[in-house]
Design a protein around this ligand. Structure first.
Ligand SMILES: Cc1cc2nc3c(=O)[nH]c(=O)nc-3n(C[C@H](O)[C@H](O)[C@H](O)COP(=O)(O)O)c2cc1C
Length: 333
């Protein structure tokens, strides 16, 4: 089984990815949180840094783009190709109201005909610009740039049966991976996964499919493997934030120890320091991560209050030490 670390905006930027890779190797591929390709035809400083090969220490990284304009998407693909990336992922899953209102992310799923036209134009422009997206062609025999295109999608906006049409649209294009989060936009990240519709994806899709959604424990993973024995790749997000050694455990290895979490936390701070500029920004980031990690510590709520209240790095570190000394680390509770 191959394991992809899901993109998570606000959390899995390059400092997090580097620290994670250093402390918990075993991820086959990372994705950047979405970068916006818009009519400025430029990325923000943060986006440039997140994709700067000099700052990224993970071996396999795929930049993710959010846009609803083929010209802007192809511009972003070219930029990523110039940086050396071999695949670019299109975000068709973000459920956030502001994103959907602009017809981006999962908002692109509302009108499958428009999505079809967007993809058609994208591949036409790639041809026109001599960018090869067929990974089976050997780069050394061709002077063309080579970047494959993958998508990360939901089942639709309102109703999972909308996915029938989406499968037909995706089947028309040479996508390298179709990553499916088997929920609709309205469900955000909650409620039961529509396993039956992921099965329909397997039956109807001609693409290599990646399963994504709600793998937090070994039991969850075993369930997905039993339901979908055809699947050879899963993408995991929240499960890895809560239990960073999850993949090691899924591969039969030892559960995470408190010492490993302490080392990871130190590595995370070290990794954020050069990026964040001020203690305030750094604290904002690490506090956000604690809202996930704290779920692996028993009765952590009152210690979390001190972590959230900490005004500077020494206060924060003291609050973290206090939590670690008083709460039991029990991932997979
Ligand atoms: C805080 C947060 C930020 C996210 N940011 C992104 C993103 O930038 N791009 C994306 O495709 N998905 C994003 N997602 C969705 C995740 O990649 C993933 O699909 C989702 O969490 C379901 O997988 P999981 O159950 O393994 O966590 C985000 C999810 C969360 C909770």
């Amino acid at each position: 089984m191959k394991f992809y670390f899901a993109p998570m905006e606000g959390i899995t930027g390059y400092p997090f990815r580097n620290a994670f890779q250093q402390c918990f190797p075993g991820i086959d591929r990372f994705y950047t949180p979405f970068l916006s390709a818009n009519d400025t035809f430029s990325f923000t400083t943060r986006e440039k840094r997140d994709t700067d090969p000099a700052l990224n220490k993970v071996s396999d990284l795929v930049p993710q783009i959010i846009t609803n304009n083929a010209e802007m998407f192809v511009w972003a693909i070219e930029k990523m190709s110039e940086l050396g990336y071999k695949e670019v992922n299109l975000n068709l899953g973000c459920p956030s109201g502001t994103v959907v209102a602009k017809g981006k992310g999962s908002g692109m799923l509302r009108y499958p005909d428009r999505l079809d036209a967007f993809l058609e134009e994208t591949f036409e422009l790639l041809d026109k610009n001599h960018i090869s997206y067929d990974s089976s062609v050997n780069a050394s025999t061709s002077s063309e740039k080579q970047v494959s295109v993958s998508v990360k999608t939901r089942l639709g906006i309102h109703d999972p049966s909308e996915s029938d049409r989406l499968i037909a649209v995706y089947n028309r294009y040479p996508l390298s991976d179709v990553i499916v989060h088997s929920r609709v936009q309205k469900e955000f990240y909650k409620g039961e996964i529509h396993y039956d519709h992921f099965r329909k994806f397997i039956e109807g899709s001609k693409h290599h499919l990646v399963y994504n959604g709600d793998i937090v424990t070994k039991k969850d993973f075993e369930k997905v493997k039993a339901l979908f024995p055809e699947i050879d790749t899963v993408m995991i997000g929240r499960g890895l934030l809560i239990n960073p050694s999850l993949i090691r455990e899924l591969n039969g290895g030892e559960p995470c120890t408190l010492e490993e979490i302490k080392a990871f936390h130190e590595a995370l701070i070290e990794s954020y320091i050069p990026e964040m500029g001020s203690d305030a920004n750094l604290l904002y980031k690490v506090k956000e991560y604690w809202s996930w990690l704290s779920r692996s510590f028993t009765d952590s709520e009152r210690y979390m209050k001190d972590i959230r209240k900490a005004k500077n790095l020494p206060e924060y570190k003291a609050a973290v030490r206090n939590l670690m000394a008083n709460c039991k680390f029990e991932p997979n509770r």
